[in-house]
Structure formats: structure tokens, C-alpha cells
Design a protein around this ligand. Structure first.
Ligand code: PLP
Length: 706
């Protein structure tokens, strides 16, 4: 769908040409055959980078010589190619769909978490966008995504001796990443220009290929731009408000222009969060230029647009000073044949003098939705006055092939076939068969994942300690850390205040007595980054680092630095229990708990977000209050006490109750219940099917047009 320039920064020997194609398609990241292939080419370099483009560029001629003569590598090459060709050529869910939209779906989002080598995501929103693209690819849904290429990525976290979070911004070189320049129909790399006061800012367009789905990334760091404009797309969630506005102008307007330049005519536009909302201004301006009235243009745009809100937290929604918007939006008002005041009014949130991108998107969307049933109600309460009725709800899901453990994935391939994610969607009852698996098999699969995670965690800790100057004996002692037979709890997420990362530590004496019980010990692994501008979140990091180093909790509480998608995969697959304690109703959905659940890692969570729908009484635990409570101190104390009660009275006893073979049969029953109840319902394939039925198909076939 999107042609690229054939610029590849390396050569591969004859017979291995198709390695290049596979290196530039993120399909490999969720394919066991794909991952095995790269690992076999150079295991050491692979473990270090997980980046096939970098890997191919770095292989020496002598190593190619060995590869050419290695049966193992050749076998893997052919197995991967076979899987890759099957993936791209098979009949898809979309092929079988009786009705189809009249064109592709444009998906706009400010962050994409497709793989850890491309750190252009911060958390849940980005991971969700990546999972959306991957599932659309699996299902054959023609989706084209657009975002920004943040050359300084999202920050990497280190925690110093005092528990202070340090921020490092990586420098991304597109030539070292699975990015290719999009070919302009007129030659060279495609660029789009966006009017800024007194100048035009240009953005180059790169393509990240995610299976069948192209993700177009706009990049202002190019020589055509004045040095003052080049950093516009440097940093995700840049702190400066005006810079953020400039970014979002590039995203919204640039997305529409890039697709138009490529001759792509979307049948549906899926706008995610307010960040991408200015796309509707460019679309309206084009329609008015083509002769429509503004009112008709708005109606036409509405009939093709779905807007998804992803958080009820104000920091997630984009609101600017009107004066700031006025500084930039004159050209769009002129093209829309509107007064600037009228244009600004389209983004009024009712309160009057603010430019609210959420309000703007709602005014131009036929469908506005939240990301869980409960969040749908919250969106309705906040926005009903603009939506003109209740909001819809599409509960988030995860790309199951990305997040499932290897052994379980292989089992699904054996029992259901290579297209298990879509086959299960069409035959959800098949997943019930997991109930007949022997408990010992479930347990040994989990034990394997747990060992792998704990080994990974120890290596991370060793690296952290070495950086802080620990001696060899201290570094060796890390081998004894995190014993595998201990009940292990995991907690990892962005340290946004409402996620209450320190709730578990409200009563350290009580916590200590639970964790250090010599018969039935418990350990907690924690990770998470606080936004560089979030002092509260950084205070959480400091507090936890301090507790983890304290004599009473040392060895029982461990904090890992630099949470990312790779760590999330290890952790959600490898701990026994996944803890979540947001302040209700602020967890719009949450998706890490889904990653845990499909792997049989049991959720111990406050009843909020997806868990309101996911919890069935047998597949994990709930604690605390599900109701909003304005008295935070009181709510926190009550929820913490409830957490200790459930942990002490239910979770710990069940885990340590073993049969003669050492298998905790009551526990494995719950694991099966967890897998069976979530593997299909909380998959992104189910989510795509919901968007298809609620928005993509009706909007894309003109159902709302009069
Ligand atoms: C899945 C994921 C998230 C989102 O999880 P929540 O439960 O919504 O916090 C955030 N960050 C990373 C790295 C993830 O993999």
C-alpha cells in the first residue's frame, strides 16, 4: 500500500536476500520462527539489541561464511520464510467478511509501542496502538497508521543511589532501525509541508511495516527546516505547551497530507485521543476548498470519523490557551472560510476560553467511545453535552501472539493451528479445551516462564548495582536473590499518581510480616517510570527505591529500572500474581493485567477498568473499593488494608497448598480459569472486531450518510 525507496544500509550474501525483507517487517517480533532466525544469526549481538536491521549491518564476512554452512541457520531461515509467506498470503478474516468499507482505515495516534527497539511510546496508549496495528494485520483489515518519529524517543530511566530518577534520551538513527523512506510519487523521500507563522515546516515520512499494516512516521528533523523547527518531533510528550501544540499540528495536518500525497483515500478515520484531532481541521479545509460549506464538510467528516478517548485523567487530554491556537490556525480558518473565532469555537469545551482537542474531535466524530464499559460511562458523564448522547464503549484488548508465553503459544499452534488468534475469535469455545490440560503441565509451563523472568531480573539488578559501584561479592550475591519457589508479586506501570504505586507500602510493618514469613515467604518486583515533569511520580520512585534498600524489606522488594515492553513481557509471563491498584474510576482500561491473565498470572486488582468486566470470581482476586472516594487518605488506607487481607488470607495459602508432586492444584485451577476467561475476550482481535461492527463498517459503507 505504501511504496518505499530501496535504501538498505547493508548487503547480504546471495541466497539470503529475503533476510532484508524480513528485517524490515516487524512481523518477526510476534513470530517464534522469526525470532529464532535472528537469534541464530548472531546470538550475542541479538541478545544485546533485538534489532534485525542493526544485526544484518553488523555481521562480518567471516560470520556469513559460517552461516552459509550452518544447517541450523539454514533450517531456521527456511522455516521463517515459510511462516512469513504463509502469513502474507493466506486467506484472512477480512477476506471472508461479507461486507467491506469502501477504502482503508486511517488510524492516527501520537505514540506506537510496536517493539522495544523503537522507543516511541510511553505506556498503555502506545502499546495499544501497536497491538491494534498487529491485530489488524493478522485479520487482514486494511489499516494505515500515522504517527511521529521521535528522534529522541521516550526517556530511559536510571535510578541513582538516593532513589532519584535520572532521564536519558536515546538518539534514534532511522538508518539503524526498521524504517524505510516512503517514496514520493515525484521522486525522493516523501515530504509534507505544514504552514507555520511566516514559514513552512517540512516533515519527512518514514514507513514502519507491521505485518500487512504500514505505520507512517513524520519527522521534522531534516535539513530543509530551520534548526529551530527541527526538534518539533524530537520528544514524545514534550513538556513545553507550545512545542506540544506544534507537534500536534504536524501530526494532525501532516497525517492528512501524507495520505493524500500517496493517493490513499481512507473510508474511515480513527482518531485516538485529542493529540491527533487537528487532522479534522485539515480535512474540513480541503472539503471547503472543493466547494462544500463548512457545515456540510463537518457532516461529511463526522460520517467518516470515530474518536476514541483513552483516559479520564486531565493530563492525558489536550487543552491549550486559545491565544496559542490563534497564533497558528489562521491559515486553516481562511481555508475553511471561517472566522478564527468560529474555528476556535469548534474546540471549546463549554468552559469558554480554552482550545480543547478532545472537544474538537468529538464535534467532528459520529462515534465517540471509551475503552472499557466503565470508562464509556465516565466519558458519557464528562462529554455527553457535546456527544449529544451516551458515549460508546469498546473494551481494549492485547495482541495475544505478542504477549503469550512461548510454550503456551506453541501449544495453541499445535491444537488450533497457525491462525489461532483469528480461529479462536470465530470459535471462542475452542479455548475451553484448555481446562482439560493436566495441572502439572500448566504448572511446569509457568515455572519455566518464572525461571526465565527471575534470571532476567537478576541480570538487570546486577547491571544496576554495578553501575552504582557495588563490589564483586555484592554482585555475586545477586545470584541468591529472588528465589523461584517464593510466591512472587509483580507491579509495573507508569508511575502516574492515580496508579498509586506506593499503596502496598502503606503499612510497612504489616507488609514485612507477610513477606518475611519463613514458611510462606512472598517477594515483590516493581518497575515503572515517572514522567520527567511529574514530581509526585518521581517521589514514588524514590520512596520505593528507599524501601527496597531498607534492612527490613531488602531482598523481598526489588525495584527494576527502565520499564519497557520487553520487561513487561518477561514480568507479566513470569510472576505469579499481577497487582493493580488504581484510584477508581481513573483506570480507563489497563492492559498489563490482560497480558498477565492470558498467561495464567493471576490478577489481584481493584475493581476498575477492564477488570470490572474481566473478573468472574474464579480467575483472580479483587480488593478494596470500586467506588470513587474523594477522601484520598481514607480510601488509600482502606484499600491497603484490604490488599493485605486478601493477600494473607487467600492468595498466600492457596499458593502454598501443594499436592504430593508439589503442584498447587487450587492455584492451577485458577490459572486455567484466567486463561480461558480472557484469551479471546481481551484480545485485540476481539477489539478490532468490535470497532469493525461499531464504526469501521457502518462509517466505511456510508451507513450514516443521508
Ligand atoms: C502493557 C503496557 C503498559 C500498559 O499497562 P497498564 O496496565 O495500562 O499500565 C504500559 N507500559 C508497558 C511497557 C506495557 O507493556
Amino acid at each position: 500500500m505504501v511504496p518505499v525507496l530501496p535504501i538498505v544500509p547493508f548487503e547480504v550474501p546471495a541466497g539470503f536476500e529475503r533476510l532484508v525483507e524480513m528485517a524490515y517487517d516487524l512481523w518477526w517480533s510476534w513470530s517464534p520462527e522469526g525470532r529464532d532466525l535472528w537469534a541464530s544469526l548472531d546470538p550475542v549481538e541479538w541478545e544485546r539489541t533485538h534489532n534485525p536491521v542493526h544485526l544484518l549491518a553488523s555481521i562480518e564476512p567471516t560470520r556469513w561464511e559460517q552461516i552459509r554452512n550452518s544447517e541450523v541457520v539454514l533450517d531456521r531461515y527456511h522455516a521463517a520464510l515459510d511462516a512469513y509467506d504463509w502469513y502474507h498470503n493466506r486467506e484472512t478474516w477480512f477476506d471472508r467478511a461479507p461486507n467491506k468499507p469502501s477504502g482503508p482505515i486511517a488510524y492516527l495516534c501520537t505514540e506506537y509501542g510496536v517493539h522495544d527497539t523503537l522507543p516511541i511510546y510511553s505506556g498503555g496508549l502506545g502499546i495499544l496502538a501497536g497491538d491494534h496495528a498487529k491485530s489488524a494485520s493478522d485479520m487482514g483489515i486494511p489499516l494505515v497508521a500515522v504517527g511521529l518519529l521521535y528522534r529522541r524517543g521516550y526517556f530511559r530511566q536510571e535510578i541513582d543511589l538516593d532513589g532519584e530518577q535520572q532521564h536519558f534520551y536515546p538518539v534514534l538513527d532511522p538508518r539503524q532501525l526498521p524504517l524505510l523512506p516512503v517514496a514520493s510519487p515525484t521522486g525522493g523521500q516523501l515530504r509534507v509541508g505544514i504552514e507555520f507563522p511566516g514559514r513552512t515546516v517540512h516533515a519527512a515520512v518514514w514507513r514502519l511495516q507491521v505485518g500487512r499494516v504500514p505505520v507512517l512516521l513524520l519527522d521534522t528533523d531534516i535539513p530543509e527546516n530551520h534548526p529551530a523547527d527541527r526538534p518539533i518531533t524530537h520528544q514524545l510528550y514534550v513538556a513545553g505547551r507550545e512545542m506540544r501544540f506544534c507537534q500536534e499540528l504536524v501530526l494532525g495536518v501532516g497525517a492528512v497530507r501524507a495520505l493524500a500525497a500517496l493517493g490513499i483515500e481512507p473510508a474511515v478515520w480513527h482518531v485516538n485521543e485529542g493529540h491527533a484531532a487537528m487532522s479534522v481541521l485539515e480535512r474540513a479545509a480541503r472539503l471547503v476548498e472543493a466547494g462544500e460549506t463548512l457545515e456540510n464538510a463537518r457532516e461529511r467528516i463526522r460520517n467518516q470519523t470515530v474518536f476514541t478517548l483513552h483516559t479520564p485523567v486531565p493530563a492525558g487530554n489536550e487543552v491549550f490557551e486559545r491565544g496559542l491556537a490563534a497564533k497558528y490556525l489562521g491559515p486553516w480558518a481562511a481555508r475553511m472560510k471561517a472566522d478564527l473565532e468560529e474555528l476556535l469555537g469548534l474546540a471549546s469545551d463549554g468552559a469558554g476560553d480554552r482550545f480543547d482537542l478532545g472537544a474538537l474531535a468529538i464535534r467532528f466524530a459520529r462515534v465517540t467511545n471509551g475503552v472499557s464499559r466503565r470508562h464509556g460511562e465516565v466519558v458519557t458523564a464528562d462529554w455527553q453535552h457535546l456527544i449529544g448522547g451516551p458515549a460508546q464503549a469498546v473494551t481494549n484488548g492485547i495482541h495475544t501472539p505478542t504477549w503469550i508465553g512461548r510454550e503456551a503459544g506453541a501449544l495453541l499452534v499445535r491444537k488450533v493451528g497457525r491462525s489461532w488468534p483469528t480461529r479462536l475469535l470465530e470459535n471462542p469455545d475452542l479455548v475451553e479445551e484448555a481446562r482439560s490440560l493436566p495441572d502439572s503441565q500448566i504448572w511446569s509451563m509457568h515455572r519455566r516462564r518464572k525461571e526465565l523472568f527471575l534470571t532476567y531480573a537478576r541480570e538487570r539488578i546486577r547491571t544496576q548495582l554495578a553501575r552504582l559501584g557495588a563490589a564483586p561479592d555484592e554482585l555475586r550475591a545477586v545470584d541468591q536473590l529472588l528465589p523461584a519457589d517464593r510466591l512472587t508479586l509483580g507491579f509495573a506501570r507508569r508511575f502516574a499518581t492515580y496508579k498509586r504505586a506506593t499503596l502496598m507500602f502503606s503499612d510497612t510493618a504489616r507488609l514485612e510480616s507477610i513477606l518475611t514469613d519463613p514458611q510462606r515467604p512472598v517477594q515483590i518486583v516493581i518497575a515503572g517510570k515517572a514522567h520527567p515533569a511529574d514530581r509526585h511520580g518521581q517521589e514514588f520512585v524514590r520512596r520505593i527505591a528507599e524501601l527496597a534498600a531498607s534492612p527490613s524489606l531488602r531482598g523481598y522488594v526489588v525495584m527494576l529500572e527502565d520499564y519497557d515492553a520487553r520487561m513487561a513481557r518477561y514480568m507479566t509471563q513470569g510472576v505469579d500474581v499481577w497487582v493493580n491498584n488504581p484510584r477508581p474510576p481513573l483506570e480507563a482500561s489497563g492492559t498489563s493485567g490482560m497480558k498477565a491473565a492470558i498467561n495464567g498470572t493471576l490478577n489481584l486488582s481493584v475493581l476498575d477498568g477492564w477488570w470490572v468486566e474481566g473478573f468472574n470470581g474464579k480467575n483472580g482476586w479483587v480488593f478494596g473499593s470500586a467506588e470513587p472516594n474523594g477522601d484520598w487518605e481514607q480510601a488509600d488506607a482502606a484499600d491497603a488494608a484490604a490488599f493485605y487481607d486478601v493477600l494473607e488470607n487467600e492468595v498466600v495459602p492457596l499458593y502454598y497448598d501443594r499436592d504430593p508432586d508439589g503442584v498447587p492444584v487450587g492455584w492451577t485451577e485458577r490459572m486455567k480459569e484466567s486463561i480461558v476467561s480472557t484469551l479471546v475476550r481481551f484480545s485485540a482481535h476481539r477489539m478490532l472486531k468490535d470497532y469493525w461492527e461499531m464504526a469501521y463498517l457502518p462509517l466505511g459503507t456510508g451507513l450514516f450518510e443521508s
